[in-house]
Each structure stands twice: as structure tokens, then as C-alpha cells.
Design a protein around this ligand. Structure first.
Ligand SMILES: Nc1ncnc2c1ncn2[C@@H]1O[C@H](COP(=O)(O)OP(=O)(O)OP(=O)(O)O)[C@@H](O)[C@H]1O
Ligand SMILES: [Mg+2]
Length: 262
């Protein structure tokens, strides 16, 4: 029997207030597949992610289903073990209100929280794992530093380390290069390549074509809550398709496996 897809949407419609943010979305992403999602502001990209993280709820319809590894129902703990999530909401949560160290943020991934609280029982294996992940991301030096005293690139790596602490099947990144300088952007892309090559699915939402690392072979385009293209990146990423998607004339060029738009 074939392995079930990591995520499978069938006829998923999501309303946010009165607005239809996603309309009859059907798509399936396999384990180990790497996918980029493109679309203008407000097209529903973050809603698509928030639907499987259970922050947004689809309309209950007989013909609709949302499955993770073949299961219709999963709880938030199962989701966390499966998906490492890095969003800008999480980035703001990390630096809001409390001032935790990098290590505390990374460890908090075990508890699904942002930061550690005195009643959490941090086990020795958790500390060992946190050190391992921080080493892999080359952020050991940030372990004792307060997050509010980190640059946005450093804080983002800490949040990525937090997402990877449970060895998830997928790393889900919603606009991860926002506010990063060229070097931090480059390093993050190289890091995504490392994760992808290690067999973890990369599910990336981005506005920057060069974020689509060579390992990502599939691109999905969203417009006004609907999928308007879904296929191999070299077939989907055409000047015509991008011009239609963003409603402006653009040109596109591929260079060393990366795509650029102007
Ligand atoms: N908290 C909310 N309450 C009501 N409507 C919302 C909320 N968040 C988003 N929306 C609406 O849902 C639609 C889809 O929003 P979503 O955040 O998924 O878009 P996006 O493609 O991620 O956009 P961006 O590129 O700006 O991040 C938009 O029309 C938006 O205005
Ligand atoms: Mg968004």
C-alpha cells in the first residue's frame, strides 16, 4: 500500500469573518516533498497553513476533508510532532512580553509554548537535544542570550531550532526571509537546503522567488483563495503565470537553480 500523503486537503473552504479566505482547496503533499506557495497579499497562503495547525477551521461539508498522514482527526500534540512551524506570528510572540534566552525558546518547542515556565519539567534528554539542534544551526552562542538582544536573523534561527526540536516530518516556513539582510537570507536558504536534503519536507510560503531553493521542485500559486497553478516549478514559474498572479508585467530568469523576477 502506498504511504498516505503528509497533508491532504479535499474541498477545503475557510471563512475568516465574512470573507472567504480559501475556496474549495484540494491538494496533497507527500512526505519528503518540497513545496513553495506563492500568491499576492491576502490570497490565503497563511490561512492554508493555519488550517492544519488548527488556528482556522474549514467549513464542515460532506465532500470536505483534511488529513494528515491519512488521519482525519489529530490533536495539537500530534501536529507539533509532525510539523515544525515558523511564522511571523511566532516571531512576534518570541519577543513580546517576556524575555527568554535562546535556549529557553528552543527547549519550549517540547512543550508547545514560547518560552519556559517554572512548572515545566525539562528532562536531561531535552537539554541534550536542544544543544544538538543549536549546534546544527550554528547558534550555540545564542543559547544564553536574551531574545530581545538578538538581531532578527538570529531570533529567526532560534525559532527554527525550536521548530526542529521534535524532529518533525515537515518544516513549515511562512515568509521566513522577511526582514533579513542579504547574508542572513543566504544563510537561511542554505539551511533550508540542508534540512531538505536530510529528507524533511520543506513547505515554504514566500514573496521572494530566490527563497525557492533548488530542492523545491513543486510550486503552488494561490490567488483570491483558490489554487490557480500547481505543478513542477519550471512549468509553473513562467513570466505569463507570474504576471497574471500579481496582475503586473514581470519577467523571470533562472540562474544556477534559482529564479529571479524583475
Ligand atoms: N484574523 C483575521 N480575521 C479576519 N480576516 C482575516 C484575518 N487574517 C486574515 N484575514 C483575511 O483572510 C484573507 C487571507 O489572509 P491570509 O493571511 O491567509 O493571506 P496571505 O496570502 O497570507 O497574505 P500575506 O501575503 O499578506 O501574508 C485576507 O483577505 C485577509 O484579510
Ligand atoms: Mg501571510
Amino acid at each position: 500500500m502506498n504511504n498516505p500523503p503528509l497533508i491532504e486537503y479535499r474541498n477545503i473552504t475557510v471563512c475568516r469573518d465574512e470573507y472567504i479566505a480559501l475556496e474549495s482547496i484540494s491538494l496533497s503533499i507527500g512526505v519528503g516533498e518540497h513545496v513553495a506557495i506563492l500568491g499576492p497579499n491576502g490570497s490565503g497562503k497563511s490561512t492554508l497553513i493555519k488550517t492544519f495547525t488548527r488556528e482556522c477551521y474549514p467549513l464542515l461539508r460532506d465532500d470536505a476533508s483534511l488529513r494528515m498522514l491519512g488521519k482525519d482527526v489529530w490533536n495539537v500534540f500530534e501536529m507539533r510532532a509532525m510539523m515544525g512551524i515558523v511564522t511571523n506570528d511566532l516571531m512576534s510572540a518570541v519577543t513580546r512580553e517576556f524575555d527568554f534566552t535562546g535556549r529557553e525558546i528552543v527547549l519550549s518547542g517540547f512543550f508547545g509554548s514560547v518560552g519556559l515556565w517554572p512548572y515545566y519539567e525539562v528532562q536531561p534528554y531535552m537539554r541534550t537535544k536542544a544543544e544538538e539542534v543549536m549546534k546544527m544551526l550554528e547558534i550555540q552562542h545564542l543559547g544564553d542570550r536574551q531574545v530581545t538582544q538578538m538581531s532578527s536573523g538570529e531570533a529567526r534561527r532560534v525559532v527554527i531550532a525550536r521548530a526542529l526540536i521534535n524532529d518533525p516530518k515537515a518544516l513549515v516556513l511562512d515568509e521566513p526571509t522577511t526582514s533579513l539582510d542579504f547574508k542572513a537570507m543566504h544563510e537561511l536558504r542554505e539551511f533550508m537546503r540542508k534540512v531538505a536534503k536530510a529528507g524533511t519536507t520543506i513547505l515554504l510560503v514566500t514573496h521572494h522567488l530566490p527563497d525557492i531553493i533548488p530542492e523545491i521542485e513543486r510550486v503552488i500559486m494561490l490567488q483570491k483563495g483558490r489554487i490557480v497553478a500547481d505543478g513542477p516549478k519550471r512549468e509553473v514559474l513562467t513570466a505569463k503565470a507570474l504576471s497574471g498572479l500579481f496582475e503586473m508585467d514581470v519577467d523571470i530568469e533562472e540562474h544556477n537553480g534559482y529564479f529571479h523576477i524583475w
